[in-house]
Design a protein around this ligand. Structure first.
Ligand code: ADP
Length: 304
C-alpha cells in the first residue's frame, strides 16, 4: 500500500478535526478526497505529509510511520499545500533550486529541468513568481511537489481559484502525472474529481462516510430511483405529471425540458409516453440521466 491510515484522529484543543479515519490507497491509484469545508481533508493530508502530528491512530506512507519518519517521508512524497504558498520575490528557477536543496538533490539542474518540462513551465521559467498568472503559480506549486520525483503526491485543492481553462490544463497535468504515481487529491469540485479519479473517499465532520469507486457509489445510490431527462414539444402541466403513480419528482431543467424521477420499478418510458399523449404533445427527446456525483455528495453530507 502507498498510503495506509487506521483510526487516525486529530484533536485541536477540544475539537476533533478527524475522528477514527481509516483508508488505504494502493500504488498507482488517483483518489479524490472529498468533503465540505472543515470536514478534515487538509488535516488528514498534513498528517500524511508529516507537517503536523496525529493525536492517535496510525498513518503510514510507503510503509513508513508518519510520526517517527517525518523527514524520510518528506523526501519520498510530493505535497502541494492548500493555497499553494510560494515566495513571490523568487524567480521560478531560483525557487525550484531552493526546494531541490531542501531535498538534498544531487543533480539539481537535471531535476529542475525535468519538472519545468513536465509542468509546462519552460516559457515562464525565468520570471519572478509574483509575475505569473494563477495557473502558472499552480504549476510552480506542482513543480516543487515533483522536484524529488516522488512516488506519492498529496495535492490539497490543486485547482482552487483557477479559471476553467487553467483548471483543465492542471487536470490534464495531474492525469499525466498519475500514470506512474499514487495521487491523493482533495477537491470540492465534483466534475473535476470525476474527470481525474476512479475512486473517492468522502469525509464529513471528521468521519469517512463513503469510500468506493465513483461507479459503484453512483450505482448503489441509484437503487430505487431513475432520473429521465425529457423534452416535450409544448409546455406541460408539471403538477399533473407529479400525480402519476411511480413519479417521485419533476424538476424543470430547460425550455419544456424536465428532470423526472421515477421509481425503478415503474416504466419511465411508458409513463412519459402516455403522459405526452394525454397532454396532446409529443416527446422531442428523452434520455436517462445518471445521478451525478454532486447530488450524491450533497445527499451523503447532508444526511450523515
Ligand atoms: P478541510 O480541509 O476539509 O476544509 P480542515 O482539515 O482544514 O478541513 O479542518 C477541519 C477542522 O479542524 C475545522 O473545523 C477547522 O476549523 C479545524 N482546524 C483546522 N486546523 C486547525 C488549527 N490549526 N487549530 C484549530 N482548529 C483547526
Amino acid at each position: 500500500m502507498s498510503i495506509e491510515v487506521k483510526n487516525l484522529t486529530k484533536v485541536y484543543g477540544s475539537q476533533k478535526a478527524i475522528d477514527q479515519v481509516s483508508f488505504s490507497i494502493g500504488s498507482g491509484e488517483i483518489v479524490g478526497f472529498l468533503g465540505p469545508n472543515g470536514a478534515g481533508k487538509s488535516t488528514t493530508m498534513k498528517i500524511l505529509s508529516g507537517y503536523i502530528s496525529k493525536t492517535s491512530g496510525e498513518a503510514e506512507v510507503l510503509g513508513l510511520d508518519v510520526s517517527s519518519n517525518g523527514i524520510a517521508i518528506k523526501k519520498k512524497i510530493g505535497y502541494l499545500p492548500e493555497l499553494n504558498p510560494l515566495y513571490g520575490e523568487m524567480y521560478v528557477k531560483e525557487y525550484l533550486e531552493f526546494t531541490a536543496n531542501i531535498h538534498d538533490i544531487k543533480n539539481t539542474k537535471k531535476a529542475i529541468d525535468k519538472v519545468i518540462n513536465s509542468t509546462g513551465l519552460t516559457q515562464e521559467s525565468t520570471k519572478k513568481i509574483s509575475q505569473l498568472s494563477k495557473g502558472y503559480k499552480q504549476r510552480v506549486g506542482l513543480a516543487q511537489a515533483l522536484i524529488n520525483d516522488p512516488d506519492v503526491l498529496i495535492l490539497d485543492e490543486p485547482t482552487s481559484g483557477l479559471d476553467p481553462n487553467q483548471m483543465k490544463e492542471i487536470r490534464q497535468l495531474i492525469l499525466s502525472l498519475g500514470k506512474n504515481k499514487t495521487i491523493l487529491l482533495s477537491s470540492h469540485i465534483m466534475q473535476e474529481v470525476e474527470a481525474m479519479c476512479n475512486r473517492v473517499i468522502i469525509i464529513n465532520q471528521g468521519k469517512i462516510i463513503a469510500d468506493d469507486t465513483i461507479q459503484s457509489i453512483k450505482k448503489n445510490r441509484n437503487e430505487d430511483q431513475v432520473y429521465t431527462l425529457v423534452t416535450f414539444k409544448d409546455k406541460i402541466n408539471e403538477e399533473q405529471l407529479m400525480t402519476i403513480k411511480g413519479v417521485q419528482s419533476v424538476e424543470l431543467s430547460g425550455n419544456n425540458t424536465y428532470s423526472v424521477c421515477t421509481k425503478k420499478s415503474a416504466d419511465a418510458a411508458e409513463i412519459l409516453f402516455n403522459f405526452a399523449i394525454a397532454s396532446k404533445t409529443i416527446i422531442l427527446e428523452q434520455k436517462s440521466k445518471e445521478k451525478s456525483l454532486e447530488s450524491i455528495f450533497e445527499f451523503l453530507t447532508k444526511n450523515a
